[in-house]
Design a binder for this molecule. Structure first.
Ligand code: ATP
Ligand code: MG
Length: 566
């Protein structure tokens, strides 16, 4: 490819709306352009990266027994009504009508379509296991589309669905996919980690997310410093640290705390630790008011809370409702004496000795409160967020936290969709059973962005070799010098012939401009053809990732590049 002919509109300025580095660099390097919020066109270089990731995915899916298909983007509402998701998927579903007023949606995921296909076409145990996948654009009207390709409203996804006769079969398919995902992200050159994840309010089944480790990641994970335990904080289990303080139980007192509302202020004011305080929060769970207690140094894990209650919608209650129920506003509310509200306390709350809570009276707190004597909960559960420093639930060693970008998720669905849609098979005895399903997604376009979040510097992108748009760029420093241009062209042709993916920057630009663009785009290697090439028959070969420069003889540059990209 000749850069003079390449549609690669690099920019000097970064668009103001771009918050994360992948978004900034993808736009700046002329790889993507926005057409609407969360909707992008992939330009030639960007699309080459996507195609490379898709190629790696296809190889690994095929070698794991997957068969590629392509399902429609437009899905009929009837199928979603059958599965029960038409009403619960909510505003994220792009809905539309045809000219006859029939309802459709743009596929955010394809469980309904594939289960419909399989219920028609598969009926015998002999056809199992069956692994079908596709790579396609998905549509989700995200609440907050942002960060460029990281959270789009239209994005490229690979989705595979497995069909087995029983749980044991599902476990095998799941293990295959788990393994394939490890291979895919390793081959993409990414630092990642599979973590245990939450399966949502309705599920209860096993699921893992594949997280690319990057500070800009929206997800927080914890991992053990000793064993292999790693989990999304939404899911991570806690161990009860029951180092109960052995202080003598003191009588409860009312304390005047004017203007002291937050835990921080309370720590300052009372000179006691946040661990000795109890945070009281009120939520509305599917419209019902509930009270939630966690220790002062803890945060509520809303996912766990939602799973505990089994509700679909959970949100913090409005101040007026809290005031009506407790007689006070947030900052002064507490569990003592409240009525008609179910109380959920985190496990640690019961071990707080002589603690502090709001007194349900403006400007007052209670001190020296104790679980059992002063208040109780309807349910004691693990509803706190794990944090760095907590003990590993598997081996008790210390856990650390990190941020991650979810690039893939594998999920044991079980019979959720096969039962609602009636997808069954008959076994050797002619007995009919529902198919046991798994689903496995990879965000292809998000993976491209995640690769940049992990690999960049001041100058631009540093593509891992396996997913770089091209392996190498040849830069003749002066295209007006005929002898030099001839040599550069010769190298370009020879590399092409040798199977190295190469571009030549044949633009009439200053060498500095070409170098800057090459660094911005992030080609793993750069060959400079300059004066020395003519006088000494050598070229400069620069490694983008390390900055290392080699002087290579003209006669060996092809061989050297072949070695490097092998
Ligand atoms: P998230 O929690 O980030 O919204 P999700 O769990 O809803 O994602 P899945 O349904 O598991 O997403 O989809 C499979 C994969 O598709 C995800 O692991 C992610 O890599 C990718 N993906 C999901 N939503 C988006 C999006 N809005 N933009 C780009 N990629 C996405
Ligand atoms: Mg997911």
């Amino acid at each position: 490819m000749r850069v003079s002919a390449l549609l690669m509109p690099t920019l000097r300025e970064i668009p103001a709306e771009a918050e994360v580095i992948s978004h900034k660099l993808l736009v700046k390097a002329g790889m993507i352009r926005k057409t609407a919020t969360g909707v992008y066109t992939y330009l030639p270089l960007g699309w080459r990266v996507i195609r490379k990731i898709m190629h790696i995915i296809r190889e690994e899916m095929d070698s794991s027994g997957g068969q590629e298909i392509l399902m429609p983007i437009i899905q009929a509402a009837e199928l979603w009504q059958e599965s029960g998701r038409w009403d619960v998927y909510g505003a994220e579903l792009f809905r539309l009508q045809d000219r006859h007023g029939r309802n459709f949606c743009l596929g955010p995921t394809h469980e309904e379509i594939i289960t419909d296909l399989v219920r028609r076409e598969v009926n015998s145990y002999k056809q199992l296991p069956l692994l079908l996948y596709q790579i396609q654009c998905k549509f989700r009207d995200e609440r907050r589309p942002r960060f460029g390709l990281m959270r789009g409203r239209e994005f490229v996804m690979k989705d595979l669905y497995s069909f087995d006769r029983d749980e044991a079969g599902l476990k095998i398919s799941y293990a295959k996919m788990y393994e394939a995902y490890n291979k895919i992200f390793s081959r993409c050159g990414l630092k990642f980690r599979p973590v245990e994840a939450d399966s949502g309010a309705i599920g209860g089944s096993t699921t893992h997310e594949f997280m690319v480790l990057a500070n800009s990641g929206e997800a927080e994970i914890v991992y053990c410093t000793e064993c292999d335990y790693a989990a999304n904080v939404e899911r991570a289990e806690n161990t009860i640290n029951n180092n109960k303080v052995n202080d003598a139980i003191k009588p409860r007192e009312l304390l005047y705390t004017p203007g002291v509302k937050t835990i921080e202020q309370l720590v300052q004011f009372t000179k006691r630790t946040a661990e000795s305080m109890i945070k009281t929060l009120f939520y509305e769970a599917d419209g019902n008011l509930i009270c939630v207690l966690v220790r002062g140094d803890r945060e509520v894990n809303e996912i766990k809370l939602q799973n505990t209650i089994g509700c679909l919608e959970l949100k913090l209650a409005e101040d007026e409702i809290i005031e009506k129920t407790t007689g006070a506003l947030p900052g002064y509310v507490g569990p003592i004496g409240i009525k008609g509200v179910k109380v959920y306390a985190d496990e640690e709350v019961q071990f707080v000795v002589n603690g502090i809570v709001g007194a349900n009276k403006a400007d007052y707190h209670y001190i020296n409160i104790n679980y059992g004597r002063d208040f109780t909960a309807d349910k004691i559960v693990d509803i706190r967020l794990v944090k760095s420093g907590d003990a590993c639930p598997k081996c008790q060693a210390e856990m650390k936290s990190a941020r991650g970008i979810e690039v893939g998720q594998v999920f044991q669905l079980g019979t959720k969709y096969s039962k609602s849609l009636g997808a069954t098979y008959v076994d050797e005895q002619g007995q009919e059973y529902p198919l046991v399903m798994g689903c496995y997604g990879i965000g292809v376009s998000r993976t491209m962005a995640a690769a940049i979040e992990q690999n960049y510097d001041e100058q631009g992108i540093i593509w891992p070799l396996a997913i770089a748009p091209f392996h190498v760029i040849v830069i003749p420093v002066n295209i007006k010098d005929e002898g030099l241009m001839n040599l550069a062209n010769q190298i370009y042709f020879d590399l092409q012939k040798a199977g190295v993916e190469v571009v030549i920057d044949d633009r009439d630009e200053r060498a500095g401009v070409k170098f800057a663009d090459a660094d911005l785009v992030g080609y793993p290697y750069r060959i400079t053809v300059g004066k020395k090439t003519l006088s000494q028959q050598t070229v400069d070969l620069k490694h983008r990732a390390t900055g290392q420069e080699e002087i290579v003889e003209l006669g060996s540059i092809v061989k050297r590049m072949q070695e490097l990209v092998k």
